[in-house]
Write a protein that binds this ligand. Structure first.
Ligand SMILES: *Cc1c(COP(=O)(O)O)cnc(C)c1O
Length: 236
């Protein structure tokens, strides 16, 4: 078996077990499986994994570093039929670069990014969907980015009034915290945003360790990395 075949088999097996977890979580929550979209987070892993995943039917991938993603996608572009999500902390000076390859930017957490993203998307000729990243850490500015919940409704209005499409909300559960409690707060905030912007129906929450809690609280998008790809380039 070639190393590529072995890696394909490994990814296929991991995808199948994550798929089982998602299906079980949907059943437990009484939600249809098709209401939840899997985004495979390919950060720290090589371009060859992207192509293998696309071949296995993966249609959504996530990257968290602009530089790493654009290098990976420069070779041959995005695999056909794959949508790309930027999920990392976004520096203002990188906002323009992200719009060259991303279909969705999930980490908009301040108004300052909106203009740069809108200009970049226009120049790239793409419709860009923006999610607001919400900080669920009880301590403001715990360092992983995200708008404070109180600031989210105004930020949603600003995005909705811009050329960007307001997709919804994204969050990471606090480190060492209770994911259920955090995602419940996120779901409440999402309801507030939905009341003003009914099209903002995306709720991106849940990673390898807490996807079940996210599905329980209405996540429409899960961002799963290590459960599918393993830890950082472990196969090399
Ligand atoms: C890396 C990352 C993920 C995936 O996390 P895993 O625990 O590897 O599944 C999800 N969301 C964000 C924002 C990330 O940076």
């Amino acid at each position: 078996m070639s190393p590529d075949d072995a890696r394909r088999d490994e990814l296929a097996a991991n995808l199948a077990s994550v798929e089982e977890r998602i299906a079980a979580a949907c059943t437990a929550a009484g939600r249809p499986r098709q209401d939840v979209q899997l985004i495979v987070v390919t950060k720290h892993h090589p371009r060859s994994d992207l192509d293998l995943l696309a071949g296995l039917g993966v249609t959504e991938i996530g990257e968290n570093r602009e530089q790493e993603a654009s290098t990976k996608l420069a070779d041959g572009g995005t695999p056909p039929g794959v949508r790309t999500h930027f999920i990392g902390q976004l520096q203002s000076k990188k906002a323009n670069a992200v719009t060259r390859w991303a279909d969705v930017v999930q980490s908009v957490d301040r108004a300052k990014l909106i203009g740069a993203l809108a200009r970049g998307a226009e120049a790239a000729g793409r419709e860009l969907t923006a999610l607001i990243q919400v900080n669920l850490d009880p301590e403001p500015g715990a360092g992983r980015g995200g708008a404070e919940p109180a600031d989210v409704p105004a930020l949603a209005d600003e995005i909705a009034g811009s050329p960007l499409r307001l997709g919804g909300l994204m969050a990471v559960a606090p480190l060492g915290g209770d994911a259920d409690e955090a995602f419940e707060r996120l779901a409440w905030l999402h309801q507030t945003v939905l009341a003003a912007h009914p099209g903002a129906d995306m709720l991106s929450a849940g990673m390898s360790g807490d996807l079940e809690a996210a599905v329980r609280h209405g996540a429409t998008h899960l961002r799963v990395g290590t459960a599918i790809l393993g830890t950082r380039a472990s196969h090399r």
